[in-house]
Design a protein around this ligand. Structure first.
Ligand code: ACO
Length: 332
């Protein structure tokens, strides 16, 4: 029996984002951490980032980004029948951040859940939502990437704390209507080396204890050099495979929105894919790495700046802890 492979069909009806108002530039950061504006700019391209206040949680950022996406899509909370939030910094382990924003947004009692694929999370969530919409059982999904990374950053580890920021982005997906169409997905993972990028404590392996606190185990730990090399390799492979599976070459791509982690990673990706740097949309200089929020925030900014023209081909590509990766093709 042959099984016909699923073709994506979803339309992005609207997009929105939100970043907290507190701007922290590199000079300000270097008063708190043994670093410099020159080091951070030259190694990462980051100039500033946004941090939420102590009282703001991931759901607060996700809530505003979702309101903006609903308004952009011309949809009411009642229209939504599926909510997926991608995050590694949920308000709490459970209930899910998706359930928290469902209630605040006034969305009916529909399916709501979080997914965790680190910086690839938003693209994984688009892939999942598209599959659920294509089943015919769902009509309109709210897909969110939201993070308060400042809540898991170790201010005593200068190799990581200069890299991240807080924010949220959201998209409304429908199975009919106007807007950019999702036309292909390629998601994958390699779990063979989980400690390259992880938050060791706070789960069932190492629950919170005085020992875990003393070891600073509730903060993000990363082997930056290894992640850098893997990031370029997995994103370029996923992008090439996705393009070829859909009958495209790298020359067909008009715009790329990569995960906003590091300008040098983006430059290496551009070289490896042989796609000119001016086709890459980057705003990491303003926000740093916001993990699952990075692509929807960039997509929202690029959309509002009218960068995409109807009929053009777009490619989103991300990597993250796991390691995970994901690439998505969009016809604008
Ligand atoms: N300020 C000043 N000096 C620093 C800092 C800092 N903030 N951080 C490290 N250094 C020093 C190091 O101590 C080292 O000094 P030494 O040579 O005297 O020992 C020197 O700078 C070089 O350190 P490296 O770690 O080798 O620097 P590198 O050029 O590799 O850059 C970086 C580090 C920016 C982290 C890079 O490896 C990188 O971007 N990696 C990818 C990280 C990433 O994208 N992570 C996101 C993952 S997505 C997710 O799922 C959350």
């Amino acid at each position: 029996m042959s099984i016909e492979s699923h073709k994506p069909t979803s339309i992005i009806s609207g997009v929105g984002s939100y970043v907290p108002s507190q701007v922290v530039d590199n000079v300000t950061l270097s008063k708190k951490v043994d670093t410099s504006d020159e080091w951070i700019r030259s190694r990462t391209g980051i100039k500033q980032r946004r941090f939420a206040t102590e009282k703001e949680a991931t759901s607060d950022l996700a809530f505003i980004a979702s309101q903006n996406a609903l308004s952009d899509a011309g949809k009411k909370p009642n229209d939504i029948d599926l909510v997926i939030v991608a995050t590694i910094t949920p308000d709490m382990a459970f209930p899910s951040t998706a359930c928290l924003i469902q209630h605040r947004l006034g969305i009916p009692k529909v399916a709501c859940f979080d997914i965790e694929a680190a910086c690839s999370g938003f693209l994984y969530a688009l892939d999942i939502a598209d599959g659920m919409l294509s089943s015919g059982r769902f009509k309109c999904a709210l897909v969110v990437g939201a993070e308060k990374l400042s809540s898991i950053m170790d201010w005593e580890d200068r190799t990581t704390c200069v890299l991240f920021g807080d924010g949220a982005g959201a998209a409304v997906l429908t199975n009919s209507g106007e807007g950019p169409q999702l036309i292909g997905f390629k998601s994958g993972a390699d779990g063979s080396n989980p400690t390259l990028l992880h938050q060791p404590a706070g789960g069932s392996l190492e629950p919170a204890s005085m020992k875990s606190l003393d070891a600073r185990g509730h903060f993000l730990k990363m082997n930056g050099r290894e992640i850098f090399k893997s990031a370029v390799r997995v994103m370029s492979t996923a992008a090439r495979e996705l393009l070829s599976e859909n009958g495209f070459s790298v020359d067909d791509v008009d715009h790329i929105i990569p995960h906003q982690a590091n300008a040098r990673i983006v430059e290496s990706l551009s070289q490896r894919l042989a796609i000119p740097l001016d086709k890459f949309f980057c705003n990491l200089d303003k926000y740093g790495n916001t993990s699952a929020a990075s692509i929807p925030i960039a997509f929202d900014e690029a959309t509002k700046a009218s960068i995409f023209k109807q009929g053009q081909l777009g490619l989103f590509v991300a990597f993250g802890a796991g390691l995970t990766w994901s690439a998505v093709l969009v016809r604008f």
